[in-house]
Design a protein around this ligand. Structure first.
Ligand code: PLP
Length: 306
């Protein structure tokens, strides 16, 4: 097995807290403030490569409220790199949440429509060649190299306790591919449960297994996909569209625990997980990975009732 080098960009280990008799939460929302969430773990590997290869700028893409784009922008600026972001959606006069932060930090932002999104890679390639010296990070930092972020997260978890099941939200597949690869590296045999917040099970099977094929080839290690479950059915009306009920659940969970989830990823995954646990009568110790996303709440303040 070949292990790539990484930078040290986030606060670790993130704590694991008890939420119920058999339910625990790993606070990857506390990997940092502006760098917070799951993306910074992948960026430790991706930005290391960008720095080592001497690039002057990084470019990535995502939705208009992308957490990944924000974490990339802040980590890159700390490293002295310029930032270019290709975002799906429209720039509004009132910039909120992650878009506010990406504007504040002076990222070079271009927007595309949902129809143009299928061609995002070609658009980034063309833009990068115009700009020169640009390291392109794929959507969500989700590729073979970025997967190492959640390999090392699983190594961290192994030192913190034994868990029978790990649940998390999936948006671009790199957290899931990282955890699967992490089981191969650590020898842990916990069941992995991913809750997709967009697209469907078929889409994510293809995407996650595709990243793992690259991972196996590049790093010379075999990864098993046994005991891996994609729980489709919690997308609701679509990506980043949440029901009044979900906003209400996030509000009361926040009041009860002091933990802030978000309406795009962790809210759908956490309350989805509760349904799966009940429906499948899951036993043993269960860990929910809180992958961040809090800034999306500030782009949706009007949806909360007080
Ligand atoms: C807060 C949050 N949680 C979970 C995810 C999903 O992670 P991944 O893109 O690795 O599937 C993302 C990004 O897509 C995210 O921003």
């Amino acid at each position: 097995m070949r292990r790539p080098a990484s930078l040290e960009l986030h606060m670790k280990p993130t704590p694991i807290q008890k939420l119920g008799e058999n339910l625990f939460i790993k606070r990857d929302d506390r990997t940092g403030f502006l760098l917070g969430g799951n993306k910074i773990r992948k960026l430790e590997y991706l930005l290391k490569e960008a720095v080592d290869k001497g690039f002057k700028r990084v470019m990535t893409c995502g939705g208009i409220q992308s957490n990944h784009a924000r974490a990339t922008a802040f980590a890159a600026r700390e490293l002295g790199l310029d930032v270019a972001l290709l975002l799906r959606g429209e720039l509004t006069d009132r910039r909120q949440g992650n878009l506010f932060l990406n504007s504040l930090i002076g990222a070079d932002i271009r927007t595309i429509t949902s129809e143009e999104w299928v061609g995002k890679e070609a658009i980034m390639e063309k833009w990068a060649s115009e700009l020169g010296s640009t390291y392109i990070i794929p959507e969500g930092g989700s590729n073979a190299l970025g997967s190492w972020g959640y390999v090392s997260a699983l190594e961290e978890i192994q030192k913190q306790g034994n868990f029978d099941h790990i649940f998390h939200a999936t948006g671009s597949g790199g957290t899931a591919s990282g955890l699967l690869a992490g089981r191969a590296v650590t020898g842990m045999n916990c069941s992995l449960h991913t809750i997709n917040v967009c697209d469907d099970e078929e889409y994510f099977k293809k995407r996650i297994f595709g990243i793992l094929d690259d991972f196996e080839r590049q790093f010379d290690i075999k990864v098993s996909t046994e005991n891996f479950h994609i729980h489709d059915g919690f997308v609701g009306e679509g990506y980043a569209l949440a029901s009044d009920q979900l906003y209400e659940q996030i509000k009361s969970f926040c009041g009860d625990t002091g933990i802030l989830l978000d309406p795009v990823y962790t809210g759908k995954a956490f309350f989805g997980m509760q349904e799966v646990i009940k429906r499948e009568n899951l036993q043993g110790k269960i860990l929910f990975l809180h992958t961040g996303g809090a800034f999306a709440n500030f782009a949706n303040v009007e949806r909360y009732r007080f």
